[in-house]
Design a protein around this ligand. Structure first.
Ligand SMILES: [Ca+2]
Length: 522
């Protein structure tokens, strides 16, 4: 109850500072939306502390003045989650408002039209002897998207940058303008002279060119007086990092990096810092254009990422796991929202998840009636406007499901308030429960402290997954009894480890062993 009082105090305080003007809101024109989706950014990947009491919830050495300004003008979420620990499934949840267990986009792209919702179990190659047979990953957007919703509501719609959802590309999913059916490979500038991917570029990860296309789109809508929904889907900060030479030079003598002993890790961390500063510059260009056009007051700007990542952070490693995992480092993400009636410099500690964006945007645009069926997300508009969270909002269950082997073994998770239950399919009879209020690093399994509660959470997770016809792994009759299973009870076990997409030879991150062996799943 102390916690509830804390929430209430926080929101009453914020509300008193900036009471939302509901009357004005009703008479206002349709709001615009700029959804800035960064790729692969840790919860602690910006200089903005996602939790004000935790220095390790930010990277103090990174320079992102425009993102800091967004936080000063809007609301920062402490407990925002991606719907999955990797790009494709998370992005599908953002677009459809559905949890991964329901939309079944569980691959990480590249599965094309053959993925129509039917499933085969994989039993060849490395899958032949694993403890579990995994369902073949699915990867094709098959449900109405945010673009479809806004297009039907009369908005101009655009998606620039990384799509990674296949299904014919953004143009087939409600986006009037886009860069086409893009994926990770589209964001790697190639040096015209050498034909090689450039280490430094005037347009690292296409961040400036896709910003120019975004600005051009915004300018045209402003001129036409048409409301717009714009998705700026950056290739940064996905593996194969790039930065401008000029920005990189600023970091080369920063003493903070001398703490990193491994030279390659040090160089890579500098490159990451330079890349996010360039990214921030690009974001600033777009925000300045909203100001110059007089649109900022009527535009919601969202800054978030599709999944977490493990990066070096001044010796702090607050979260367990990495990208791909349902541990907090894979799914806990930064989220900042600025816009009409959102109190400046406000904070929320309520759990929100990627599949909430669609219903929230619909609510903000007055288009809730246009939402399709089977939406798992709920609108957090009321929280955005400074409303006190209800008990139901604080304890709303969030479901995560990944039934495949992809760096991490098959797992599901249920988060209710501060309590998180993890289900590892290789350990079906063991329970793993963590109290995130005091154990954000998920080090202490408290499953046995309240067996009744643990059993109830386990039942709830499985019942909901079954109710949406989720795919599950199943026991492999040909399993090799000697095959190593990932051990969730062992904090040092990192599974296959590493980031199989970081094929540029750069160290994936401190704390995760490098791994060139992980088979790239395509
Ligand atoms: Ca990603």
């Amino acid at each position: 109850m102390n916690k509830l009082r804390h929430f209430k105090f926080l929101f009453l305080f914020v509300s008193a500072l900036c009471a939302p003007t509901h009357a004005a809101e009703r008479s206002a024109p349709a709001p615009n939306f700029v959804f800035i989706l960064v790729d692969d950014m840790p919860w602690f990947g910006t200089p903005v502390r996602m939790s004000p009491d935790l220095p390790e919830s930010a990277m103090a050495f990174r320079h992102m003045p425009n993102v800091e300004k967004l936080a000063a003008q809007g609301m920062t979420f402490r407990n925002a989650y991606a719907a999955a620990g990797m790009c494709g499934p998370s992005r599908c949840s953002i677009q459809t408002g559905m949890m991964t267990a329901r939309h079944l986009y569980s691959g990480n792209g590249g599965f094309g039209e053959k993925t129509n919702g039917t499933v085969q179990y994989m039993s060849r190659g490395q899958d032949a002897t694993r403890p579990l047979l995994q369902p073949e990953p699915q990867g094709n957007l098959r449900f109405p998207s945010i673009g479809d919703l806004f297009k039907s509501a009369g908005y101009a719609t655009a998606h620039f940058g990384k799509w990674h959802l296949y299904g014919g590309g953004p143009a087939k999913h409600g986006y009037d303008e886009s860069d086409g059916d893009t994926d990770n490979t589209s964001g790697r500038p190639i040096d015209a002279a050498t034909g090689q991917m450039t280490d430094t570029s005037d347009d690292p990860k296409q961040m400036f060119s896709l910003t120019r296309r975004s600005i051009d789109f915004v300018e045209r809508q402003a001129k036409a007086g048409r409301p717009f929904y714009l998705q700026v889907s950056h290739y940064a900060t996905h593996a194969r990092w790039q930065a401008t030479k000029k920005t990189l030079e600023k970091y080369e003598n920063d003493p903070v990096f001398s703490k990193i002993e491994n030279r390659r890790d040090r160089t890579h961390t500098m490159l990451g810092a330079a890349m996010v500063e360039d990214l921030d510059t690009a974001i600033g260009q777009l925000l300045q254009k909203l100001d110059a056009l007089g649109l900022a007051q009527n535009t919601y700007v969202v800054f978030t990422t599709d999944n977490g990542y493990r990066n070096w952070n001044q010796s702090f490693e607050p979260l367990r796991g990495a990208k791909w995992w349902l541990w907090e480092c894979g799914i806990r993400v930064p989220l900042i929202v600025r816009g009409p009636a959102v109190p400046a410099a406000s904070r929320s500690t309520v759990n929100v998840v990627g599949y909430d964006f669609l219903p929230t945007f619909a609510d903000l645009a007055g288009a809730t009636a246009r939402l399709g069926p089977n939406i798992d997300g709920v609108s957090f508009k009321r929280l955005l406007f400074g409303g006190s969270p209800t008990e139901a909002e604080i304890n709303r269950p969030l479901y995560f499901h990944y039934p495949h082997y992809r760096v991490a073994p098959p797992a599901s998770a249920l988060i209710v308030g501060d309590t998180k239950l993890m289900h590892w399919y290789e350990w079906p009879d063991q329970r793993f429960v963590y109290d995130l209020a005091g154990d954000l690093g998920e080090k202490n399994n408290i499953a046995t402290s309240d067996p009744t509660r643990t059993a109830q959470l386990e039942r709830q997770l499985m019942d909901v997954l079954k109710s949406v016809s989720a795919y599950f792994p199943k026991p492999n009759p040909n399993a090799d009894p000697k095959a190593k299973r990932y051990d969730p009870a062992n904090l040092a076990d990192q599974g296959e480890g590493g980031d199989p997409e970081a094929t540029d030879g750069a160290a994936p991150s401190a704390g995760v062993k490098k791994n060139g062996k992980a088979k790239k799943q395509k």
